[in-house]
Design a protein around this ligand. Structure first.
Ligand SMILES: Cc1cc2nc3c(=O)[nH]c(=O)nc-3n(C[C@H](O)[C@H](O)[C@H](O)COP(=O)(O)OP(=O)(O)OC[C@H]3O[C@@H](n4cnc5c(N)ncnc54)[C@H](O)[C@@H]3O)c2cc1C
Length: 405
């Protein structure tokens, strides 16, 4: 839609990433008039599919539906609007001795696989799995809370703080200690309390070092990533985590269609230049071409750093707040390569594993914890490791809509 079609509304959402369109879709269902303005030609932000080579479509940034909350899928009726998750059954890790370790979505299959490497660790995996489920139950309700401001004495903030405190108390002493350890220890140290085999620690802890955050398996605090995979409840009708059929744009487009069914307006190719502020309140936005749109509420979907250093005039904000914003760390050590392949990667160990799984759509190339730590250290020094660790996804093995046969 052309820029001049955008008009005043109750709510202007600056940015059409999937969080922006989700907020917009909820607000429009609540009866607000909502306009979404996205600078790119597509909505979705980092959840988009793009045809990089003719006939070949890629989820160019994020690639797996993991934390999209089931209640959002249900509330916005995303399945009716095209969302279809293709479950991921396994992740394959080849090991230096010619063997491999397969991590399955199914607990018992993973247990059997770990037992091939260490019977002790297979026993520990049952106990560890139970604890992770308890930790997921402890963390899940917090995801839906507005974080309290611990420095404020406003009654609303004190109520929020009280509600968080009650939740923590209700966890019980044993679970509370386990949660504190999960939030403060490194993934490696946490896993070492249960497992003796380095291979088990590598496979179970991989995401703590390889998930894109600027941490390694041995960074204090990285243990919380161990619970990440089970925080989302895969047993609801919304289904498990997995690849998105059609790539990640399918999520963003489903959310967009859900909102548009209630009258949400989306304009793409429309960069917001400024959030307009009057007497301490956001009152609208100015577009790059100078046009202004008034609204009662402005929802900003860009990162906090962009919002408070570029979209809002920093001199309108307290200096200590500006300093906190400037100090937000959002660096990562990850980059991505998108390829067209004639066939799956070919090696004897792959063929052996493929006989078990049928489809190898996910692999991690990281032969040892020491290898990952080395690559991470080199990245910290600003270099690209000659031997990096890799997350290899081949979604076209399960989704024929992405590439020709
Ligand atoms: C490489 C990579 C891989 C990832 N993999 C996964 C994964 O597999 N699974 C997973 O769950 N998460 C993954 N993530 C994280 C996930 O993609 C993000 O958490 C998510 O995209 C955040 O969504 P958002 O809507 O908040 O922001 P964004 O996706 O960043 O969207 C912000 C939107 O605002 C727009 N915008 C910004 N400024 C303006 C402006 N001035 N005017 C108009 N529009 C503007 C942008 O163009 C963009 O569309 C990955 C992230 C990256 C970068």
């Amino acid at each position: 839609m052309a820029r001049s079609d955008a008009h005043d509304g109750d709510v202007v959402v600056a940015g059409g990433g999937h969080n922006g369109v989700t907020a917009a879709a909820y607000l429009v269902r609540a009866g607000r008039r909502v306009v979404v303005l996205e600078r790119r030609h597509v909505v979705g932000g980092a959840a988009v599919t793009e045809e990089l080579f003719p006939g070949f479509k890629y989820s160019v940034a994020s690639y797996v539906v993991s934390l999209l909350r089931p209640e959002i899928i249900r509330d916005l009726e995303l399945q009716r609007h095209g969302l279809e998750i293709l479950p991921l059954e396994s992740t394959f890790t080849p090991l230096p001795d010619g063997d491999y370790l397969m991590r399955w979505a199914d607990h018992d299959l993973t247990r059997r696989e770990i037992a091939r490497h260490s019977p002790h660790d297979a026993e520990a995996y049952d106990e560890f799995g139970q604890l992770m489920l308890q930790m997921a139950r402890a963390v899940k309700p917090i995801l839906g809370m507005v974080p309290p401001d611990p420095g404020s004495l406003h009654p609303r903030e004190l109520l929020r703080l009280g509600s968080l405190g009650r939740h923590m108390r209700n966890l019980g002493e044993k679970n509370l200690y386990a949660l504190v350890k999960l939030l403060t220890m490194s993934a490696y140290d946490y896993l070492s309390r249960w497992f003796e085999s380095e291979d088990a620690k590598l496979v179970l802890g991989f995401f703590a070092g390889g998930g894109g955050a600027n941490s390694s398996l041995k960074t204090p605090g990285s243990a919380y990533m161990l619970a990440r995979g089970i925080v989302r409840d895969g047993n609801t009708p919304a289904g498990p985590a997995g690849f998105m059929k059609g790539g990640m744009s399918t999520i963003s487009e489903a959310i967009r269609r859900s909102g548009e069914a209630y009258g949400m307006e989306v304009h793409t190719g429309v960069p917001v230049e400024r959030i307009l502020v009057d007497d301490g309140r956001a009152v609208g936005i100015r577009l790059a071409g100078g046009e202004e749109i008034c609204s009662k509420i402005v929802v900003a979907n860009a990162t906090a750093r962009t919002v408070f250093t570029k979209l809002i005039e920093p001199s309108l904000l307290p200096e200590d707040f500006n300093r906190d914003i400037r100090n937000i760390r959002c660096e990562s050590t990850v980059f991505r390569v998108n390829l067209v392949l004639k066939s799956l990667p070919d090696a004897p160990v792959f063929a052996q594993a493929a006989r078990e799984d049928g489809v190898l759509s996910q692999m991690t190339i990281a032969p040892s914890v020491a290898y990952m730590e080395r690559a991470h250290r080199i990245a910290q020094e600003g270099e690209i490791a000659a031997e990096p660790f890799l997350i290899v996804k081949v979604p076209s093995t399960v989704d024929p809509t992405l590439a020709p046969p």
